[in-house]
Design a protein around this ligand. Structure first.
Ligand SMILES: CCCCCCCCCCCC(=O)SCCNC(=O)CCNC(=O)[C@H](O)C(C)(C)COP(=O)(O)OP(=O)(O)OC[C@H]1O[C@@H](n2cnc3c(N)ncnc32)[C@H](O)[C@@H]1OP(=O)(O)O
Length: 220
């Protein structure tokens, strides 16, 4: 399917790529936070711009065109490394390390200053994006994946920057629709609640009972 890329890589090659690119994304993420907060004098800002331009030019000498897509290997293992919320290679991602315990899908994450909306609080759109991903992953983990059709969010109170939990669980399945609910939790209090309907798209349904395994498998 469009955007899905098959790569014949060994687990060792994938581990090596992870060890190469995760620190790159981590350093750029730190750079983003530093850019928001720095108070150094103008010449130092000018120097930083020059260094960043050099790094960007270096990385751009060989690069994928368009987007990273979803990469998968013949064993069905999927890599969503460009994903805006969980992507290992994506400094925009907080990133969320989404885990599963029983029926619960969750991520514990520290939200930095680059995600500020109201002063000292997490931006509501960022919260929505994280909930979208974590609710979607609950559907994937339950074996009933889908694209977000509807996502309803209730912001009960502000969510402070810093450590938060985002969690979700599947409520029920009706045909091609998976109903999922979730919460954002800070210090044992629910700050945000969400309900989503995740729909197995017609294009995937049309692949029949045995779609390529990477289409539906959880990513990492
Ligand atoms: C496998 C991938 C894994 C991917 C796993 C990825 C992990 C998820 C985490 C990331 C989540 C995202 O960001 S996803 C990106 C944001 N979402 C999108 O871009 C989705 C854009 N919308 C679409 O592509 C489409 O509208 C779909 C897939 C949502 C539905 O299209 P469709 O498959 O053609 O649907 P259709 O046959 O008409 O209807 C099927 C049933 O769903 C109902 N329905 C249709 N649209 C909606 C809707 N928006 N909200 C509620 N319900 C709806 C219909 O009434 C019907 O109910 P009934 O008659 O059966 O009762």
């Amino acid at each position: 399917m469009f955007g899905h890329v098959m790569e014949d890589l060994t687990p060792e090659e994938i581990a090596a790529a992870s060890q190469l690119y995760a620190p790159l994304a981590d350093r750029v993420r730190e750079l983003v936070a530093a850019t928001v907060l720095t108070e150094v004098p103008a010449p130092d800002v000018a120097k930083a711009i020059q260094l960043i331009e050099e790094a960007t030019a270096l990385l751009g000498t060989k690069a994928v065109e368009g987007s990273f897509g979803v990469r998968w290997t013949p064993d069905g293992k999927r890599r969503t490394w460009g994903n805006a919320i969980v992507g290992l290679r994506n400094p925009i991602a907080p990133p969320l390390d989404i885990r599963q315990r029983g029926d619960l899908t969750y991520a514990d994450v520290v939200i930095g200053p680059q995600y500020e909306g109201p002063p000292t609080l997490v931006h509501g759109g960022i919260i929505a994006a994280m909930l979208d991903q974590v609710l979607g992953d609950a559907a994937v983990n339950a074996g009933v994946p889908g694209m977000t059709g509807t996502l309803r969010i209730r912001y009960n109170r502000g969510t402070p920057l810093g450590p938060i939990r985002v969690q979700s669980a599947v409520d029920r399945v009706e045909g091609v629709k998976t109903f999922v609910s979730g919460q954002v939790i800070v210090d044992d209090a629910v700050t945000v609640e969400a309900e989503g309907i995740f729909i197995l798209p017609k294009a995937v349904r049309d692949l029949g009972d045995n779609p390529p395994p990477g289409i539906l498998a959880p990513g990492d």
